[in-house]
Write a protein that binds this ligand. Structure first.
Ligand SMILES: [Zn+2]
Length: 249
């Protein structure tokens, strides 16, 4: 059986001198893990197309119970990432996070589109990286079964409040008047950051990245989205830690 599909390479792992195993985020089949024989040889036509952070057209075939890359043709290599270690690190984190939440064999066209658009925007530099990161995280979580509950304060149902706060533990909101009922970690998101978080989760896809926040508010959005990911998935990400280490220099 052959599968012809476009996908983004989100993980590569060497297995022999010239072979590797790659994980590809595809629209129709979710994550596909496949053997790319000979792909470490740069003269091999599959070499570029099966490299991390390359968007390629693949032909996979199934041999026993494993997929093998039959053909691969690169469609987009996101070359701008190579000149910017910080953006590269962030794109790698997007890959690691997608690998943690997208399922094998599940249609994942929105997840793929989100990853491609986020990486493309990182390359163009037209939006601040922390904004792309937060939008990617919140939207990906919402798409993969970790939808936060951002409609209103979970206690009194008010929609807006200067003291609105987000709880990474359960992805809920409590306004300033109701905050006393919880001792859990609270990030005060006020009106602006709460609205931005709602936008990231509920907006039409075409408008996902079309919002702006002040320099003061953007780090709050970044913190809320990142803490939500780490808390919900109960794990750390080496790529995220590396990205953080670059930014703290
Ligand atoms: Zn309330």
């Amino acid at each position: 059986m052959k599968i012809v599909t476009d996908g983004l390479v989100i993980r590569e792992q060497s297995i022999k001198e010239s072979d590797k195993i790659i994980t590809v985020l595809t629209a129709d089949n979710g994550l596909v893990t496949a053997y790319a024989n000979g792909a470490k040889n740069i003269k091999n036509s599959k070499s570029t197309a099966s490299s991390l952070l390359t968007y390629s057209q693949f032909v996979f075939y199934k041999s026993k119970d494993r997929y093998v890359v039959d053909e691969a043709h690169a469609k987009e290599v996101f070359i701008a990432l190579r000149d910017d270690i910080e953006k590269l690190a962030l794109a790698q984190y997007f890959c690691e996070l997608a690998g943690a939440v997208v399922q094998e064999g599940e249609p994942s066209s929105e997840q793929l589109r989100l990853a491609l658009n986020s990486i493309y925007l990182l390359c163009t530099g037209s939006k601040p990286a922390p904004q792309i990161k937060a939008a990617f995280e919140l939207r990906l979580m919402a798409l993969t079964g970790f939808m936060p509950s951002l409609v209103c304060c979970r206690e009194c149902a008010c929609y807006e409040h200067d003291g609105m706060g987000f709880y990474p533990d359960d992805g809920s909101l409590l306004c300033g008047d109701c905050a006393g009922i919880s001792k859990k970690r609270r990030i005060v998101t006020g009106r602006g950051v709460t609205a931005a978080m709602r936008h990231c989760v509920y907006a039409e896809f075409q408008k996902l990245f079309s919002f702006s926040l002040s320099e003061k508010s953007l780090p709050v959005l970044e913190k809320a989205a990142e803490e939500y990911v780490v808390k919900q998935l109960d794990r750390s990400f080496t790529t995220l830690e590396f990205y953080r280490s670059l930014r703290s220099v």
